[in-house]
Design a protein around this ligand. Structure first.
Ligand SMILES: *Cc1c(COP(=O)(O)O)cnc(C)c1O
Ligand SMILES: [Zn+2]
Length: 407
């Protein structure tokens, strides 16, 4: 019988240094995030797509490729194996007949952040962590607070005062130690870094611990499995810190090495808001890193990240797959969000709407070609963002009748 996890070591993608996985590790001494590496040679001999069939319908079905060594350390709320839905009407509307949505709105806490939290918290528990701190734009803090509550770990969360109110309330409900900052996620990050430095507690900031990304990579594993181990042509992802995109890329590379998939990897597209587009700017200049984006602003709060620590990894994934980076306006986001609800009955989050809007633009300018299979990540549920929709609704008194013209 094989092992539960084939995790072997941590490796720095920048300088190549290797670290063990038996204790807490944060960044490499060179400042780069660390990558979890698996013993794929051994796993390849014992694992194949048939072995996964019939397993539980959540992300732990891929436990060999996840970092948690003992099944009893798994903290789960049933996350993962979200639907990969065809979007025939929206697809027709944007001339992409093979348009699919990977719908992360069905994940516990309503965003894909629960994938990273499930794996990150489970591994933290396995490593004996009792407290952590993290900055967030809302959804990650909510997810990590909830999984931390289930694990009996204490969470300290710092988020912008403008983050979606529901995410604040999720942290409060879960009993996290929550702080609001009158600023951006980058300001929250500095406050957390200071707390971590002075108290020596676990830093769960984006990519400063190596395991959150392992949870997020399962989006890539699931897409491949749900397509019968075939690769799509294009995957569009609303990019903030970029962990989801780097994770999908990492997951697909691992599947390729294991022989589960063959051929060309999909072109990966990082989608940002015009009000916060550092990755897009860097890609347009063919740069390998991004620059801090001043006065960033967008209704798609999850992608309001002015400078991502893993920007070089995001850009690398785009360049390596012949992908692209593209920015969309607030109007395009809001109109796509409405269209998705009207044409498909799916109330998506503004970040997901940004990715659909990008698909529309890339199809119109020919970058997406005829009959390509296109996957859009809807990273969260629209019901977490009730303020993005408004309308004039007539108010009736008891006994009123509905005017004829409106029926
Ligand atoms: C965090 C978040 C994103 C951005 O994800 P990254 O992996 O950090 O790029 C996109 N959409 C939603 C809803 C989010 O919460
Ligand atoms: Zn290094």
């Amino acid at each position: 019988m094989g092992q539960y996890s084939y995790l072997s070591h941590l490796e720095c993608p920048k300088c190549g240094l290797i670290y063990h996985t038996t204790g807490v590790q944060q960044l490499c001494t060179c400042g780069s995030p660390l990558n979890a590496r698996y013993d794929l040679d051994s796993l390849k001999k014992e694992w194949n797509p048939e072995a996964i069939q019939g397993r539980e319908m959540n992300l732990w079905r891929y436990h060999e490729l996840l970092p948690v060594r003992e099944p009893e350390h798994v903290i789960t709320l049933g996350e993962g194996m979200t639907p990969l839905l065809r979007m025939p009407s929206l697809g027709m509307d944007m001339a992409i007949p093979q348009l699919y949505m990977k719908d992360e709105g069905l994940t516990p806490s309503g965003s894909f952040k629960s994938r990273g939290a499930a794996v990150g918290i489970s591994k933290a528990k396995e490593l004996g962590v009792s407290k952590f701190a993290m900055p967030t734009n809302g959804n990650a803090g909510a997810a990590w607070s909830l999984y931390a509550a289930r694990a009996g770990i204490q969470a300290t969360i710092v988020m912008p005062v403008d983050a979606p109110l529901i995410t604040r309330n999720e942290c409060i409900a879960a009993g996290a130690d929550l702080y609001l900052v009158n600023g951006l996620i980058s300001d929250a990050g500095k406050i957390v870094a200071d707390k971590v430095r002075s108290e020596g507690i676990y830093d769960a900031s984006t990519l400063k611990e190596p395991y959150r990304i392992e949870g997020k990579k399962t989006m890539g594993l699931e897409i491949a499995e749900q397509l019968g181990w075939q690769m799509p042509d294009v995957i569009l992802y609303p990019t903030g810190g970029g962990v989801g995109l780097i994770g999908i890329y990492k997951g697909l590379l691992e599947l390729q090495e294991l022989g589960f998939v063959t051929g060309r990897l999909p072109k990966l597209v990082a989608v940002q808001a015009a009000g916060c587009a550092p990755i897009v700017k860097a890609w347009e200049q063919n740069a390998s890193e991004s620059e801090f984006w001043s006065d960033s602003q967008t209704i798609a709060f999850g992608i309001n990240v002015p400078k991502a620590i893993g920007d070089f990894l995001v850009l690398d994934a785009i360049y390596e797959t012949d992908g692209a980076a593209i920015a969309v306006t607030e109007e395009e986001i809001l109109s796509e969000q409405r269209l998705s609800a009207r044409l498909e009955g799916s109330f998506i989050c503004p970040e997901g709407a940004a990715a659909f809007a990008a698909a529309r633009i890339l199809r119109a300018n020919g970058w997406i070609q005829d009959n390509e299979k296109v996957i859009v990540l809807n990273t969260g549920s629209g019901i977490k963002y009730p303020e993005t929709i408004s309308g004039n609704v007539p108010l009736l008194n008891p006994g009123d009748t509905i005017p004829k013209a409106l029926t």
